[in-house]
Design a binder for this molecule. Structure first.
Ligand code: NCD
Length: 305
């Protein structure tokens, strides 16, 4: 495995191996700083905004002893007309082991890979509405840490699944791990017409969606990916789909409240529930660093140059 562009690049065994690796890291208290990637370089190339993903790739690499460069794309030579491929080849020529890229366009990452050196690992940090594999991995890690059995899990994914690369990657990961009770919930215009697996249920009714689930996975309305005419009014959305204490009671008593972030308070979820004891929102963030440490390590260890 040279690159990680989507969950389907992984076998079930590789995915489980990454979760086990990250769980071992989580058990290390105090945090261990290693030198296992000393001499390696990671370059973050983010063409879309990010807080969690970019910082956690940086911290993950630094905790493994690698050097990190964050390319500021707003001031890079792309503004002078340099193509993305030429930018990437330029970064590679300076010595780059990991290229973590976030881009609004789908299909751009696979187009780059034939041009990369065999020693460069391209990691998808979110490409348009397509995929965000490390987010799905950290979400699976969070669920695993709660001792839940993926084959017995009921999951509701609530919100803008139509534009969600996070959902696409989560659905692929849940499938590999054997989860079959999955409901996507939201306004009809934000639900995809086709879903990747026939067992996934689709509903516009929040009560039907949340009934008896173990996981409530909330999503942000991705305003940047839709015309304003399609955008639901935030108050109406909250009234119909916002997670409140009353709605939480429809799920299993210890159901996990998950959200990849960034959260829009009182749109997807009421203020009171964001850091509720059942919320894993910050645990997901913590796990983001661990899972990325596991991914970086495994990409180096499992690639035959
Ligand atoms: C998500 C993303 O950018 O894909 N956030 C994240 O990486 N944690 C989801 C979003 O932007 O809503």
């Amino acid at each position: 495995m040279q690159h990680l562009l989507q969950i389907s690049d992984l076998t079930r065994q590789q995915l489980e191996g990454l979760l086990t690796h990250a769980q071992r890291l989580a058990a290390q208290v105090p945090l261990t700083i290693s030198t296992s990637l000393a001499g390696r370089t990671l370059i973050n190339v983010f063409y879309e905004n990010s807080t969690r993903t970019q910082v956690s790739f940086e911290l993950a690499a630094k905790r493994l002893g690698a050097q990190v460069v964050n390319l500021d794309v707003r001031t890079s030579s792309m503004q002078k007309g340099e193509s993305l491929l030429d930018t990437v080849l330029t970064l590679e020529a300076m010595g780059c082991d990991f290229l973590t890229m976030r881009h609004p366009q789908e299909d751009i990452l696979p187009a780059l890979t034939p041009h990369l050196l065999p020693t460069t690992h391209l990691i998808n940090a979110g490409d348009g509405c397509h995929a965000h594999p490390t987010q799905a991995l950290l979400d699976m890690l969070t669920i695993k840490q709660h001792g839940l059995d993926f084959s017995k899990l009921s999951v509701a994914i609530v919100g803008d699944t139509l534009h969600s690369r996070v959902t696409n990657s989560q659905l692929a990961a849940f499938d590999l791990l054997g989860t079959r009770d999955i409901r996507v919930v939201g306004p009809a215009e934000l639900l995809p017409d086709t879903l990747p697996f026939s067992y996934i249920q689709k509903t516009t009714d929040m009560a039907t969606g949340l009934q008896g689930v173990d996981i409530i996975m909330l999503l942000r309305i991705q305003r940047e990916r839709m015309p304003s005419s399609m955008l639901p009014n935030a108050d109406d959305y909250f009234t119909q789909y916002g997670l409140t204490t009353e709605r939480l009671a429809l799920a299993m008593p210890q159901a996990l409240i998950m959200h990849p972030g960034p959260v829009n308070r009182n749109v997807e979820i009421t203020d009171d529930l964001i850091y509720h004891p059942q919320s894993t929102i910050l645990q997901q963030v913590t796990n983001g660093v661990l899972i990325r440490q596991a991914v970086l390590t495994q990409l180096i260890e499992n690639t035959i140059y």
